[in-house]
Ligand binder design. Structure first.
Ligand code: GLN
Length: 536
């Protein structure tokens, strides 16, 4: 374990949804832009082993890493901000901690001791926190503790932080994110919830070093003084975290508040150079001053909760910026689309994206949306289930394979054009058993995808059980839908496109997971570009 690695713990108080993930990612960005190598880890206090089995309505999108971990959506923010890959070690849940401790107990590793929350669960947590340091790749590890201080579930995590603060006194600091609400009737910002939340942390033996205060209004000097005095922090450690127009503004706002500089002082690290945010600022300038706009329909069944498609909506923003365009996303509930009303729901769109998903709800609307995009020559991007819908639609409406379907929805369809992968047939457990993580893909030269990537070999992340049924490949190709990307080892079809259409691409993988501010994803860039051309 590297002795010099420094740890920053980020806790949250008063209420959930204050944006710990964005604050953590923004701080990491500032430290990275000063030349430090930084990673972020998320500790989630729920008992699921990972969010892979969670309904997106519960917890938003499930983000997938290169190494095939199904993780919290905050890891997506970390990758998008830092342009650094995360892994299984970056997301830990209570379920995983307990699973590992119980497995050790069964192996007899505790030598007859009574296994307890303290020290066994907290030891496991501390070990997982310090695991990332073992790679020797990071100067600083930011650990975000999910939930709100005071929750029963997060107690073992706060206790682990308390122990680490004691054991590695010079290497750790705590940033506490709180809310300073504005009471309209009183016309005032109120600091009491922050005071109480810090007291709650103190009861658990943790004194925060820095307070980030979410607020809708300016935190003036008097308020800062008051918070500093009641919460035992220095004035410069009371950081205003104002609501921002875009999450991508937050690093700049935190820089103005000198959060990075206070953090480095407290960790005893040199300030090196001033943060170099030239590229980030260039992105922001383009984001805020687009010369055009484009209308994109996002067809999905979870559209009421935009977090369910977080990476897709961010990748669309990145793709827009790369094209100097604002992307207006029209969130369209696939359940509402039928044969008779699809024109009404989809008119005026310059591009149609059919989202990933599981199960039958809303699938017929997705298939209608594909047909509309194909027949009206509207640029189309189908992701995972979206690609599968494109295959089903083509089989039914172009190839005349009536009732063609995926065996996920219709087990005894006469034409299983999408079917379960062989390796999946033996599996009965639902958690962590899909085809997950990065796989290589060979692209057909001169295809739309190969042109978008400007490469012929790519690697993209997967999360699915069903696949294009290669028994039908020849028929599809004869009918005009081509396989333009295949797995070089297994020959599985990973990309389909229709060369006679202006831009029609379906991908079995999830390109959205790899789009970052520094490197907007080429498929999203090409999709927006095609949509802008369509608009003209
Ligand atoms: N439900 C489909 C499958 O398992 C697609 C999954 C997805 O869209 N991520 O293959």
């Amino acid at each position: 374990m590297s002795n010099s690695t420094k740890y920053i713990f980020v806790t949250g108080g008063v209420t959930s949804s204050l944006g710990k993930g964005i604050i953590s990612a923004s701080l990491a960005k500032l430290l990275q832009s000063r030349g430090y190598s930084v990673t972020i880890q998320k500790l989630d206090p729920y008992i699921n082993i990972d969010p892979g089995t969670l309904n997106p309505y519960e917890h938003g999108e499930c983000f997938v890493t290169d190494d095939g971990a199904e993780t919290d959506l905050d890891l997506g923010h970390y990758e998008r901000f830092l342009n650094v890959r995360t892994s299984q070690a970056n997301n830990i849940t209570t379920g995983r901690i307990y699973q590992s401790v119980i497995e050790k107990e069964r192996r007899g590793e505790f030598l007859g001791k009574t296994v307890q929350v303290i020290p066994h669960i907290t030891d496991e947590i501390k070990q997982r926190i310090q695991l990332l340091a073992k790679t020797g790749d990071y100067d600083i590890i930011i650990t975000e503790i999910g939930g709100t201080v005071g929750d029963i579930e997060s107690l073992p995590y706060i206790e682990s932080v308390r122990q680490l603060l004691w054991e590695r006194e010079n290497d750790c600091i705590v940033i506490h994110l709180t809310l300073v609400p504005y009471l309209a009737a009183a016309g005032e910002l109120k600091t009491k919830p922050t005071q109480h939340s810090v007291k709650q942390l103190l009861e658990l033996g943790v004194q925060p070093d820095i307070l980030c205060c979410r607020t809708e209004h300016e935190l003036d000097l008097n308020l800062r003084r008051k918070i500093a005095k009641f919460c035992n922090v220095s004035m410069n450690a009371v950081i205003e975290a104002r609501d921002a127009a875009s999450i991508y503004d937050v690093p700049i706002l935190m820089q103005k508040e000198e959060l990075d500089s206070v953090v480095l002082e407290k960790l005893g690290l040199p300030k090196k150079t001033a943060p170099n945010l030239a590229n980030w600022n260039a992105f922001l300038v383009k984001l805020k001053n687009p010369s055009k706009t484009v209308e994109i329909g996002l067809i999905g069944k979870y559209v009421e909760l935009k977090d369910a498609y977080k990476s897709i909506s961010e990748a669309l923003i990145h793709g827009g910026v790369a094209n100097d365009s604002k992307v207006n996303v029209h969130w369209i509930q696939s359940e509402k689309i039928t044969k008779t009303n699809s024109h009404k729901h989809l008119s005026g769109l310059d591009g149609i994206l059919v989202a990933p998903g599981f199960g039958s709800r809303g699938i017929s609307g997705k298939i209608e949306a594909v047909q509309h995009a194909r027949e009206q020559n509207i640029p189309f991007l189908g992701i995972c289930l979206g690609m599968q819908c494109a295959v089903i639609e083509y089989a039914r409406n172009v190839m005349g394979l009536e009732d063609a379907h995926t065996t996920e929805i219709s087990e005894d369809t006469p034409h299983p054009v999408i079917s379960m992968m062989q390796e999946q047939k033996e599996i009965s457990n639902m958690g962590g058993t899909m085809r997950l993580g990065a796989y290589r893909c060979q692209l057909k030269s001169k295809s739309k995808v190969a042109m978008a990537y400007n490469l012929d070999k790519i690697s993209e992340r997967h999360r699915h059980r069903y696949e294009f049924n290669s028994a039908y490949l020849e028929d599809f190709e004869k009918a005009g839908m081509k396989a333009s990307g295949k797995n070089p080892k297994t020959n599985l079809v990973e990309v389909v496109e229709i060369p006679s259409h202006p831009w029609f691409v379906g991908v079995q993988f999830h390109p959205e997971y790899k789009s970052t501010v520094a490197a907007p994803h080429p498929l999203f860039v090409a999709f927006i570009n095609a949509s802008l051309t369509h608009k003209k």
